[in-house]
Design a protein around this ligand. Structure first.
Ligand code: GUN
Length: 295
């Protein structure tokens, strides 16, 4: 081997880059297939989204959900209540929606104002219309290793993305960072059900880097920039669920993309990774509920 060859090999080694887990592309593929299916239905599902207050991020998410549903021909209603709505008024509205045969899916956008119990509100949703899979019935099924009626949207989106790229989960050490009911907890169970070895880390975890360095797959769902390339094992898979604006107003994820990109074999970008998959999963869930209970 000549010196030039060695330099070339070293250069190639340093230039090893990750494959992008493209959530936009997969979302478009899923939605195109779903539209074909929906076009064959005589009746269409109706998704009701409840938004309380004026949280700007929630407003954007809810608008995206509504726009996507409408493009597919799903009836979509957004009920926007003022911040000071009482819990009992909200519970009464949910009861009304549960009893309305036209309504096939209900989503209460989180977070809710502090004076309203998130648990009481979620518990009030009929499990058969619980498009988030957050009710105790659906969560209980998931946590006991059974199938819930539908799976929570963001974890479902993460798994669809990993599956699309043929990333093996069985026997892999998967480190989930974050233990929210929206992402970390349900995702950890879904990964366990796929025979992964799962470590859940959170704000009290000591020596996070020591743990992430042993991970084949890292899923971070924190909303803060906490992962640098040096905390990762070479060729690991990175799924970045976090999304927030940095001090310059730039949309960022939990992972320092540039350094992680050099280290990982696959990485999901922010934006364009998990976010679009959450919407795709919501649409899939809306259609699944409709097919199971109303078609
Ligand atoms: N807020 C952030 N993500 C979600 C979600 O997946 N479902 C609901 N209902 N609220 C959210």
């Amino acid at each position: 081997m000549k010196a030039g060859d060695v330099v070339f090999i070293l250069l190639c080694y340093n230039l090893t880059m990750a494959v992008i887990l493209d959530g936009k592309n997969l979302r478009d593929k899923i939605l195109t297939e779903l539209k074909v299916k929906l076009d064959r239905f005589d009746k269409k599902p109706t998704l009701v989204v409840i938004l309380v207050g004026d949280n700007p991020a929630s407003r954007i998410y809810v608008n995206n959900k509504k726009k996507t549903a409408e493009k597919l021909g799903i009836n979509s209603v957004v009920l926007n209540y003022p911040e000071n709505i009482s819990e009992s008024e909200l519970l009464a509205k949910i009861e009304e929606l549960n009893n309305d045969k036209e309504v096939t899916a209900i989503l209460v956008q989180l977070p809710l104002p502090e004076h309203i119990s998130k648990e009481n509100v979620i518990n009030a949703i009929s499990p058969q219309k619980d498009v988030d899979g957050f009710t105790p019935y659906n969560f209980g099924k998931l946590f006991s290793g059974e199938k819930p009626i539908v799976y929570p949207c963001t974890p479902k989106g993460v798994l669809l993305l990993l599956d699309e790229y043929g990333i093996e989960l069985e026997g892999k050490h998967i480190v989930v960072i974050g233990r929210s009911n929206v992402v970390g907890r349900p995702l950890s169970q879904m990964l366990l059900n796929r025979n992964a070895t799962v470590t859940v880390c959170h704000s009290h975890t000591k020596n996070l880097a020591q743990i992430t360095k042993t991970a084949d797959i890292v899923v971070s769902a924190v909303g803060k920039n906490i992962i640098e390339g040096e905390m990762l094992k070479s060729d690991c898979v990175i799924v970045d669920v976090g999304i927030f604006k940095d001090i310059n107003g730039k949309t960022r994820g939990d992972v320092d993309f540039e350094s992680a990109f050099q280290k990982a074999s696959y990485i999901s970008p922010v934006p364009g990774g998990v976010g679009p998959m959450t919407i795709a999963s919501l649409m899939l869930n809306t259609v699944e509920l409709f097919e199971k209970f109303s078609a």
